[in-house]
Design a protein around this ligand. Structure first.
Ligand code: SF4
Ligand code: SF4
Length: 292
């Protein structure tokens, strides 16, 4: 039986202005990513750590890490120029929940801009443990990257996990990550948050498994799923990314269970503006930080 994602009216209004949750909102409303979180607590086989977290980003560019105070300053500057930005997100360059700076930044932004939507993207390892802190920071939209719910599949994707200073490898790492992700997602859904799941589609590893995940995620009450193509690098350098046709076939198999986001552009962890019109990249090239 499908669990209704019973979001409050206020939450529905907020996600209707969130460019990653609503296909219509992407053309009208922007988001600002603050790159305050450099450390990561897992190692995905498709990540070489030189660049931003691949779970929410495209490689080839490394975002400059800001302190929480610098992040607030950047927010002040960018909001002045771009009032259509209603969402402030933290998506890396590592895992936001593995960095205290994430929570400090959210507190600073929340106190100054209580009407903005705060958004976080995580691999989910620490989601259950840090959930209360996220709620205290007023985070309302949440993305968890979940690539498999079956440990035999997950162990092909994640190399190791570091949890409470202990290193886990192989099946044990996969089991721990899945257990933590599922309990964190359930907590978030039960608290009324709009939860989005990012899944990196890796042909030959998790493609057939993905619709099964969609079914379970829908039963849990997840709001939307974003199936992203593998970017082949690091240990997965020799693997083939899915074709557009393959990805869209999997999306169609998942659609009966859970709403599909199809307009993700795999943004940088310091992106801002409208999706697909990444002002941070333009401004860096021109050396003109606050180009309108
Ligand atoms: Fe890299 Fe992100 Fe995976 Fe961490 S969670 S290893 S930063 S892709
Ligand atoms: Fe939205 Fe995708 Fe960009 Fe994340 S990476 S901000 S989900 S468009």
């Amino acid at each position: 039986e499908n669990k209704k994602n019973d979001l409050s009216n206020e939450m529905r209004r907020k996600i209707s202005e969130h460019p990653c949750y609503s296909g219509e909102a992407q053309h009208k409303f922007g988001r600002l990513h603050l790159a305050v979180a450099p450390k990561c607590n897992i190692q995905c086989n498709y990540c070489d750590r030189k660049f931003d977290c691949v779970n929410e980003s495209r490689p080839g560019v490394a975002s400059e890490v800001l302190t929480p105070k610098e992040a607030l300053f950047r927010t002040d500057q960018i909001l002045k120029e771009h009032p259509f930005i209603h969402v402030i997100g933290i998506a890396g360059p590592g895992d936001p929940l593995a960095n205290e700076e994430t929570f400090e930044t959210f507190r600073l932004i929340r106190d100054k801009y209580p009407d903005l939507t705060l958004c976080v993207s995580t691999n989910g390892l620490l989601l259950a443990d840090r959930f209360d802190d996220l709620q205290k920071s007023n985070v309302e939209t949440l993305t968890v990257t979940m690539n498999a719910m079956d440990p035999d599949i997950q162990m092909q994707i994640v190399d190791h996990v570091v949890y409470q200073k202990k290193h886990y490898h192989g099946r044990e790492a996969a089991e721990l990550l899945i257990e933590k992700q599922l309990s964190g997602i359930q907590k978030a859904v039960d608290s009324g948050l709009a939860v989005k799941i990012n899944t990196v589609l890796i042909p030959g590893i998790n493609d057939e498994h993905t619709p099964k995940m969609a079914k379970r995620l829908s039963e849990m009450g997840v709001y939307i799923m974003n199936i992203m193509p593998l970017i082949n690098q690091a240990r997965f350098e020799d693997r083939r990314p899915p074709t557009e046709e393959e990805r869209s076939a999997i999306q169609n198999k998942c659609l009966p269970y859970v709403k599909q986001m199809k307009h993700c552009r795999q943004c940088r962890s310091d992106a801002y503006g409208l999706i697909g019109n990444d002002l941070s990249q333009i401004s860096k090239v021109r050396g003109d930080e606050f180009r309108t």
